[in-house]
Design a protein around this ligand. Structure first.
Ligand code: C5P
Length: 214
């Protein structure tokens, strides 16, 4: 499977559909977060799947265990490939999430990449998630190798905070796609560098090329 996940952080369904069509040669998984899900959740999920692609539902569940378990059940009915929960929800919540049978992959956010934090905090959250049966974490490229070392190579690390070139935005813990892939990222999540560019297909192509390095 290709390593880039494209974050479809756009307001309008037509724009999202166009992005899926334009970039499909380089991307196998599309991320639907709260911005697009609240506008046209089911329709865009259908379009992504009709194009033969997978959906990563990034709604970062963080609630009481019973509610999170129910949310995972509902996401499962949508047929998504993966979804997110917040590690900050704690052990009982994480265990409730994974208790759903035949569920999508569940990835736990360690600490948002827009926040400054410590390696200890991030690795502690990753270890907690692993101990609860979670499939992997969402964490910045700067933490990938340590998480892989502490949690094992089969524990997924999915990294946002990917910046091919220097950018001035809200992301704080960032690195290039090459650095993230070399560090062992299973997937990199890229949004604005592709969706806000003049030629999304070209940028997706060049980031895809940089993920093929050994
Ligand atoms: O536009 P950009 O490349 O920064 O997009 C990153 C995406 O990854 C956004 O959709 C954001 O919600 C998501 N994300 C993140 N940090 C996390 C978890 C998810 O940036 N820890």
């Amino acid at each position: 499977m290709k390593k880039i996940i494209l974050a479809l952080d756009v307001y309008d369904f037509q724009k999202a559909e166009k992005l899926v069509k334009e970039t499909s040669s380089y991307i196998d998984v599309y991320k639907v977060g709260s911005i697009l899900f609240l506008q046209s959740g089911k329709e865009i999920i259908k379009i992504i799947k009709d194009n033969g692609k997978d959906v990563f539902l990034d709604l970062k569940f963080h609630d009481i265990p019973a509610t999170v378990k129910g949310s995972v059940e509902s996401a499962k009915k949508l047929g998504v490939f993966s979804l997110t929960v917040h590690s900050i929800g704690g052990e009982e919540m994480l265990k409730a999430a994974v208790s759903v049978e035949n569920r999508p992959k569940i990835w736990a956010v360690t600490v948002l990449t827009s926040q400054i934090t410590t390696l200890e905090e991030v690795v502690g959250r990753a270890k907690l998630a692993k101990a609860c049966g979670i499939d992997g974490v969402i964490s910045s490229p700067l933490e990938i190798s340590l998480i892989k070392k502490e949690c094992g190579k089969d524990f997924n690390v999915v990294s946002p905070g990917i910046r091919p070139a220097k950018a001035n935005d809200d992301q704080k813990r960032v690195a290039t796609p090459e650095i993230a892939v070399k560090a062992g990222a299973d997937f990199i999540v890229v949004g604005r560098p592709i969706i806000e560019s003049e030629n999304p297909a070209e940028v997706a192509k060049s980031i895809y090329a940089s993920t093929l390095i050994k």
